[in-house]
Design a protein around this ligand. Structure first.
Ligand code: FAD
Length: 401
């Protein structure tokens, strides 16, 4: 009898524990929001930014430029995950490891910036001479595409705050004590959490998510959750060139032009082309692998095989960048060599839903949200669009178009 009673008591304790676990699970969001209320005590008295821009790539920095152009006293903070600005615009030694070409007839905003910053353009062909971009189908920027973003950031140097090495990991619209204190203003205040170790928190009226949609889906949690269709759109939009690689080989002379004045060739997944800057006396071959599809793609280009062993006599240096290893571009990057099952094929996203703000305060930029998906022009147009939306709500008058 006593044993039976004991057993019964044990069973009821187990059931009670199970019920408690279920209740805790169901109310986790509520508990978290209460925790947030407490932890947000540390944000009291802090600045409420007009906009926090997540990502210091071209789209984020152009959004910043456009907001400040129309509202020079706007308070803006840019949070960037890496230790540099530019994102997929990466120029080292004049060589473009990210974006290289622009198409003057279509790239309206790129051309506007080229004029504004007085950047010289060269033809993309072997001779690499200076050209009038408006007479060309396709051009390169002398000095590299990173200048676009560097000049924009420099233009507003003392007018905004930039925090590098600040990856954003959470965005919360849950009302907390700080928001209540600020409730005099009817703005919907958002809390942005960056740098998980240091748990930094920032408050803003608007958030510009200027990072690739899939990176957003994988790296940032939202409270409350984003609407399902928005999460799906973020998850289903692949990142342009997320698996691309580029290798630059600099030589003492352009020996390849002896074979063919306009040298370029395709080679097991790689496109090899003349990326020299004749004007600067630099002779360069670039091997570009877009990382799409073909599983037979080789890891590297064998210049020996193409030109013969003498090639090394002229080689000064080579440098390589694999975008697939950048976890802020390639959402599938697994540093521990886990198996990546996703196909490499690049799907074109352009979900219209990503061009609508969530709760009038969360705005999605990045090249992947625009029709010019993948191009610098797409990144710029997305920055322009979100700046426009925000400016309307901040009641600033648009001065540019
Ligand atoms: C190899 C290659 C070749 C290309 N060639 C061309 C070309 O010839 N012509 C052309 O027009 N375009 C080209 N592109 C595309 C062009 O570079 C992009 O369209 C453009 O740079 C994208 O800008 P973005 O601001 O949308 O995104 P990004 O440049 O990716 O910027 C996003 C920024 O957000 C940061 N970030 C990510 N996650 C977080 C987080 N959680 N918190 C904070 N920061 C975060 C990233 O570090 C990055 O700095 C090329 C791209 C590559 C990679």
């Amino acid at each position: 009898m006593i044993v039976k009673v004991r057993k019964l008591r044990e069973i009821s304790i187990i059931i009670l524990l199970l019920v408690i676990i279920i209740i805790i699970k169901q109310h986790l969001h509520l508990l978290l929001s209460q925790f947030e209320s407490k932890s947000n005590l540390k944000t009291i008295g802090r600045m409420i930014y007009d906009a926090v821009v997540i990502g210091a790539g071209l789209s984020g920095i152009y959004a910043l430029d456009q907001i400040l152009t129309n509202k020079p006293n706007a308070k803006i903070l840019v949070l960037e995950a890496t230790n540099q600005i530019g994102g997929r615009l990466r120029t080292i030694d004049g060589n473009d490891f990210g974006a290289t070409w622009c198409w003057p007839q279509n790239d309206e905003i790129v051309m506007k910036l080229i004029r504004e910053f007085d950047i010289q353009c060269t033809s993309p062909s072997a001779t690499q001479i200076l050209v009038d971009p408006f007479q060309e189908e396709q051009v390169r920027l002398r000095g590299g595409t990173h200048q676009l973003v560097a000049n924009l950031a420099n233009k507003w140097k003392n007018k905004f705050e930039l925090l590098l090495n600040h990856p954003v990991y959470r965005i919360s619209r849950i009302q907390n004590m700080e928001n209540e204190i600020q409730s005099k203003s009817k703005d919907n205040i958002v809390t942005i959490y960056a740098d998980e170790e240091k748990n930094q928190q920032y408050l803003a009226k608007h958030v510009v998510i200027a990072i690739p949609p899939k990176i957003c889906a994988k790296k940032i949690e939202f409270y409350p959750n984003l609407p399902n269709n928005v999460s799906q759109a973020l998850n289903n939009t692949d990142t342009w060139m997320e698996k691309a690689s580029k290798v630059f080989y600099e030589f003492s002379r352009p020996f390849w032009r002896e074979y063919n004045a306009n040298f370029s060739m395709q080679l097991s997944g790689w496109f090899l082309f003349d990326a020299s800057f004749d004007l600067d006396g630099r002779y360069i071959l670039c091997a570009f692998n877009t990382g799409h599809g073909d599983s037979s793609t080789s890891e590297k280009v064998d210049l020996n095989k193409i030109f013969g062993p003498f090639v090394h006599k002229f080689l000064i240096k080579s440098s390589r960048h694999d975008w697939s290893k950048n976890k802020w571009v390639n959402a599938d990057y697994c540093p521990n060599n886990e198996v990546v099952t996703k196909s490499n094929m690049c799907r074109i996203g352009i979900h219209p839903i990503l061009r609508n703000a969530v709760a009038s305060s969360i705005h999605f930029a990045s090249t992947e949200t625009e029709y010019e998906n993948g191009h610098m022009e797409g990144a710029l147009r997305s920055g322009f669009r979100v700046a426009n939306e925000i400016c309307k709500m901040l009641n600033c008058e648009r001065k540019t178009n």
